[in-house]
Design a protein. Sequence first.
Length: 317
Amino acid sequence: MVHTARCLPQDQEGTFHVFAHVAGPEGYNPLKDDAAARQLLDTVIFFAAAYCCRIYSVAIMGNHWHGVIRFEAPRPMERAELRQRADLLYPGALMQERLDCWDEEGWEHFRKRLFSLSEFMRNVQGAFAQWYNNASPRKGRFWADRYGSNQLLDELSMLFVMAYVDLNSVRSGLCDRPQDHPYSSLYLREAGLDGWLEPLETLLGGSREGALRQYKSMVYYLGNIPREGKGRISDELLREAEKRGFASEGAFRKRIGYFSTGLAMGPREAVREVLNYRRSKGVYKRRKNPLSVQEESELCVARRERLTKPKRVTLPV
């Protein structure tokens, strides 16, 4: 299978929508099991505490999961902070002895790793796959492919994608209301189990309760928009929620696409900067319709490359 090369910003803060699918035939949903979903959620929480990142949104579905993650810009770190994070990642007496033997080069390599989305996802995916294989009578790869990601270039893009993540359970028909899915960030925020999530008020301002109400209004208005073959928040549930004091619907009634298939989302100029950077690295060559301008919206999306399959070669008999 042909892949687009990774080309992530290495020297600046970055926010990403990440997602990964399970390997297996259609209808295979191992993450529907409560123990597996809980373990994957705990794995994300564990590694988020060790890496220099903040989790804004998460949803674990039957055969895939989504997250919205912001990584800090790389910065110098004192040895005490590095050791604290290393102790989280490498518990146990034997590993502690190995950490005592690390030289300056080893600690510098570890510091750079703490700001890497790829390393974070490698740890999450690998640790969960190992747990699942040990807990069930199976062997081999658990995840279907590399994780997918798209870069979010402003807070409006983040909010739209966070809502998209929380609406996964409704769109797939698992539940009628997004806060009813126990392995979603909206459920965790409403239940007060969100101490490890980045507070919504850092994006929306105001109090915790006000920011949650404003975010839920966005989720509900977006979830009420019909999508062919997908579930939606019913008009009745939307009206019930509006009675509790939702914010003005504003731009939230506009449908935005390319949440999983886009390369980057944000203001037009910011998206162009991402494309120019990727082109300078030689990993983006698409010339025809590289940008998708969302109608009646401030958002612009960079389309991915058209990936072509290798030509089939017929050998002479």
